[in-house]
Design a protein around this ligand. Structure first.
Ligand SMILES: Cc1cc2nc3c(=O)[nH]c(=O)nc-3n(C[C@H](O)[C@H](O)[C@H](O)COP(=O)(O)O)c2cc1C
Length: 175
């Protein structure tokens, strides 16, 4: 699961134009400005809703290779982070599509709103210059990784409990 921090969510709202990078199957990169990018929280993951109004090479790339990257920065925000994600749905009908298009068209009725492109965020990297530049700051934990972590914590917890010694002649002491 990948969940943006509250600060990241605020920054995402503040940045008005985001660069959306895609790549063809043969490795030709493409980057475009996008103005419509909504964060939605579903289950344990965060998703981005993008609106395809005029995507051309972008759409061709997504159809061939459903991986995207976006960085979030503008002079209004202090941090800079990059999100990588998988396009998991391209919709032109349905309740979620209608709701999304409705919200956007309420502000910009002239947009065609061809598709809602749903991106599941898989990794987040620091983009700010400095010691930790480029490093991963949030990433997707598979269910298996979560299970292993849970088991490690449980073992540490039960072992530390086992190590607790009840001192003699102190009956009021209880574990
Ligand atoms: C500031 C700005 C914001 C834009 N926002 C969007 C957007 O949210 N959705 C969209 O389909 N196109 C948007 N466009 C148009 C695309 O960036 C781009 O022109 C189009 O996808 C064609 O490029 P491509 O062939 O590389 O995909 C925007 C353009 C600008 C200049």
């Amino acid at each position: 699961m990948v969940k943006l921090t509250e600060q990241m969510k605020e920054d995402l709202k503040k940045v008005k134009v985001l660069p959306l990078a895609t790549c063809s199957r043969s490795g030709v990169p493409n980057v475009i400005p996008i103005g419509i990018c909504e964060l939605v929280e579903k289950d344990d993951d965060d998703y981005l809703l993008l609106m395809n109004n005029y995507f051309l090479k972008t759409m061709a790339n997504i159809n061939e290779n459903p991986k995207v990257a976006i960085f979030v920065w503008s002079p209004e925000v202090t941090a800079c982070f990059q999100m990588k994600g998988d396009v998991i749905e391209i919709a032109d009908s349905g309740k979620e599509y209608e709701d999304f298009i409705g919200r956007v068209k309420a502000v910009k009725p002239q947009l065609p709103g061809k598709h809602m492109v749903v991106v599941r965020i898989t990794d987040v990297f620091n983009c700010k210059s400095g010691e930790t530049a480029g490093q991963k700051i949030l990433w997707k934990f598979s269910e298996n990784s979560q299970k292993i972590l849970y088991e490690i914590f449980w073992k540490i917890w039960t072992f530390s409990d086992f190590l607790k010694v009840v001192p003699e002649n102190q009956p009021e002491y209880s574990r």
